[in-house]
Ligand binder design. Structure first.
Ligand code: COI
Length: 352
């Protein structure tokens, strides 16, 4: 499928301060768009980053049939633009689309659109270490109809944004036992907009108390940790890496999560993907066996957690310890992107 390209004649690149990037505020010059109608994708285009026109009756505005992905483009040590496991994002995008009853985006539309966009906006990939070009593919329902049914029209879009890490410094989280992110049989495994909208109110209550984020618990008992919404949660107790399993589909199938689990196994570290009680984290902290807790996500990368509040009691947990597992894995991932270590899983790819 051919991609039509119309370039901007007023690039914003020169106005960007690449030394002071915030997450998700600045967007590169172009975007990729494609339309789905009558059962097929067409109008594949790279156009200047610009507004859409949308019918006030567009289904997405009413019933939230919308999904997204997040991945990053980096520069390796030779300044080449590289991607990390982009097919994983396409696969998860398809799973989200399936659960939200939306059209599937063919792999070639997703990947070719992404690669062409990166080629055109390659100067937007930051050169500074620790920064990257955050890539946001998304799709929304675009049928003009107020009946509740799957839309017959969709728009698939990719925008990009030069960014530093989502969290800077150690993270303070609160274990949430009243509100719920996902229930079994629900849409927790999908990266749909509504999951994030529903998290805002409980997250705001926590932010008003000085926390960055919540750790969600299971909807039935609130006794088991699930994820943090912007990242998966991992703990090391007694040198065993623990993380909630994704089996019940209430936890997002994170790419960073999957990567870290594979690395830990190859490095010979014991790994357990299983239900984790909140009390297990608290007891381990109290009896000195908690090595660390950290979040793992594309935007968040590997985010060490400094404070966890459980039932109104705040625990200061070990973080940023020299030689800790999270430090080792962070360093490895940076080296992998730069091309300083052998890419034994073939995770890195040239972007174009
Ligand atoms: C990502 O890590 O790409 C995410 O989806 C988190 C985002 C909601 C900030």
């Amino acid at each position: 499928m051919e991609i039509k390209v119309s370039k901007t004649n007023s690039s914003k690149l020169k106005s960007v301060d690449f030394n002071n990037l915030q997450f998700g505020r600045i967007f590169s010059d172009h975007m990729f768009v494609a339309d789905y109608e009558n059962g097929e994708w067409s109008n594949l285009q790279i156009v200047p980053f610009s507004e859409f026109s949308l019918s006030p009756a567009s289904a997405t505005l009413h019933y939230g049939q919308t999904i997204f992905e997040g991945l990053k483009a980096f520069r390796d040590k030779n300044q080449e633009v590289v991607l990390f496991r982009p097919e994983y994002n396409w696969e998860r995008f398809c799973q989200s689309a399936h659960r939200m009853c939306m059209a599937e985006v063919p792999k070639e539309v997703f990947m070719n659109g992404l690669r062409k966009l990166l080629e055109i906006d390659q100067e937007w990939v930051p050169k500074r270490e620790g920064s990257s070009l955050y890539i946001r593919p998304y799709m929304f329902a675009d049928e003009e109809f107020l009946g509740v049914k799957p839309s017959s029209k969709y728009k698939f879009v990719i925008i990009t944004s030069p960014a530093a890490s989502y969290y800077s410094g150690a993270v303070k989280v609160k274990v949430e036992k009243k509100y719920v992110r996902a229930a079994e049989g629900g849409v927790g495994m999908a990266k749909n907009g509504g999951n994030y909208a529903a998290s805002l109110y409980p997250a705001k209550l926590a932010q008003d108390q000085g926390f960055h984020q919540l750790i969600w618990t299971d909807s039935k008992t609130h006794e088991f940790i699930e994820e943090a919404g912007t990242m998966n949660i991992m703990a090391v107790i007694n040198d065993v890496l623990l993380t909630p399993s994704i089996e019940k589909q209430t936890v997002l199938r994170g790419k960073t999560r999957d990567t870290i689990l594979k690395l830990a196994r190859v490095w010979g570290m014991p790994v357990e993907e299983r239900p984790i009680r909140v009390s297990e984290i608290r007891d381990a902290q109290l009896n000195g066996t908690l090595n660390e807790v950290f979040g793992a996500g594309t935007a968040a990368t590997v985010a060490p957690i400094a404070t966890i509040s459980i039932d109104e009691v705040s625990y200061e947990i070990p973080h940023l310890q020299e030689g800790s597992f999270s430090q080792k894995v962070s360093k490895y991932l940076v080296d992998l992107r730069l091309g300083n270590v052998d890419d034994e899983f073939n995770w890195m790819q040239k972007a174009f």
